[in-house]
Design a protein around this ligand. Sequence first.
Ligand SMILES: Nc1ncnc2c1ncn2[C@@H]1O[C@H](COP(=O)(O)OP(=O)(O)O)[C@@H](O)[C@H]1O
Ligand SMILES: [Mg+2]
Length: 587
Amino acid sequence: MKYIVVNIQRIAMNSILAEDEEMLVLAPIESNRFYELVEEMSSLLGSGEPDMRNRLNNLQTDYRNFLTSVLSMSAQFVEGIETSKDKLAEINLLAQHFIDYLNELTEQINQISKRNIDEIHDHLRNSFFVNLISLGTIFIAIIVALFFMERKLSRPLFNLMSFVRGLTGEEDGLSKRISLKGRDEIGELAASLNSMLDSLEKTTVSRNLLMEEVDERKQTENALRQSEETARVLLNATSDSAILIDTEGTIFAINEIAVHRLGKIKNKVVRTDIFDLFPPDIAKERKAIADKVIRSGEPIQFEDQSEGLVFNNTFYPLFDRRGKVEKLAIYSRDITDQRRAEEHQQRIEQMKLVGEWAVGLAQEIKNPLAGIKVSIEVLLEELKISTEDRAVVLKAVDEIKRIEVLLKSLLNFAKPTKLQLMIVDMNELLDQTINFSLRHPFLSSTPLKKIKVSKQFDENLPGMMVDPMQLQQVFLNLALNAIEAMPDGGMLDVKSIYDKNTDAIKIEISDTGEGIDKGMMDDVFKPFFTTKTKGSGLGLAITRRVVEQHGGVISVKSDPGKRTTFNVYLPLITSSDKEIDVISTTE
Ligand SMILES: Nc1ncnc2c1ncn2[C@@H]1O[C@H](COP(=O)(O)OP(=O)(O)O)[C@@H](O)[C@H]1O
Ligand SMILES: [Mg+2]
């Protein structure tokens, strides 16, 4: 409002205090702005201040009178009519009057403004005081509320908490009771806590008894675990398979080797029936043995074979305090290697015996036989007999020759010669021997024509330290057997392979002949075993001996009617420094 008044004054001054006529021309220019400001001010005053509003109206009238005079004078000035000094003085008077009025107005407005500001101040002061009072009231109310809350809630809760804390900390904590009386929730809580403590105290007694029992049991369990651990260590410390069963056959303990041999998972066999692990017929046999041990209280030992392995089994009885058989410990030892070694030794002994006998016999037969042969040959030359008879006699001579060959191999078998080792090209030796076998005088030529031969020789085969004469015998025996097994013809496959990893060579001789029955597999290497009318049964026996003399192994597999394969594995020996594990027979 004040700002408006100042503006009105400024405009009035600009218009009125004109000293000369030129200034008068400018006076009406701001008249519009003057009216606007007066209007604005009267609207600001609103319906209040009626006196002020009157004055504003008067001001407008004064201004209009003043402006009319000014305008008429300035029009005269524009037309070139000179303004009289009186006229100017009159206008100045009017202006003075207007200014005085304006000053009065300004003073009045200042008063109004001041009054308004005072009113606002008063109002503010009053409301601050009121607020201060209400804040204080609230503060006091809060403090009072807190005080009551502390009495009603916090303190009992705190008491309750420290009581509960005391329960856990002290020995006789459970015999204490809280004395919190009240009908509120906290009182209820305290009451139920007390009744809970009552029942807890009661159960504590039985709990203590129980704990003692548990302790005792734990001790027994520990002792049991310790003895179980000892048993477990003992069970696994042996290379035998070991199983502990009760008299019903339920497995109680089993060691790793037994689990492995059974091909089962440990957890799946413990607490199961041992007899379910065997085929019905074997299970029946085992059960009978177990029953016998339970009845007699004496251990029983027996041997059995499965999948080419030999086992020595023992059923030991374990007694309870009253001397009754309570459990059985079953031990099973793999004695395959031991049995093989025994058999090998046995064979050597057998050969030695046979050899001595054969050498004697052969020596006995050899000389008279040579005499018979010579005599027949002499007679053949001197006697004049028919060609037919001559053929018969010649046949007899042939048979004598065959007997001589047989005797030779018998002597060879019985009295093995020491190996004459030299570096040999095995492929060449094999090739020559196979070719020779195909032209062997003992073989009839008919089946030979129907036999196809395939040779696959490993070119990387290194030179080897062997006895070529002996190995020739080996290859010849195998090739002859193969050819003899294919009377209607077939395929003879010969292979040599060098295995770098095992540093050994493998000679494979296979045929598509009649094959060997499963039941005969173990017999073919035995001396004098033959299925042929004119066979000696010494071929494979000699062959195996020579291979073993070279530190090698021979094996056979046969699918009767399809294919029979003999494999000879020889360790690669390239210098004479290396000892060959020669099996001594007669020496
Ligand atoms: N390749 C083969 N195919 C079928 N049977 C064979 C073969 N090699 C050996 N045998 C069997 O093994 C037996 C023993 O062979 P061996 O010791 O060489 O004596 P022989 O040849 O004098 O019978 C033979 O009689 C034969 O029954
Ligand atoms: Mg033979």
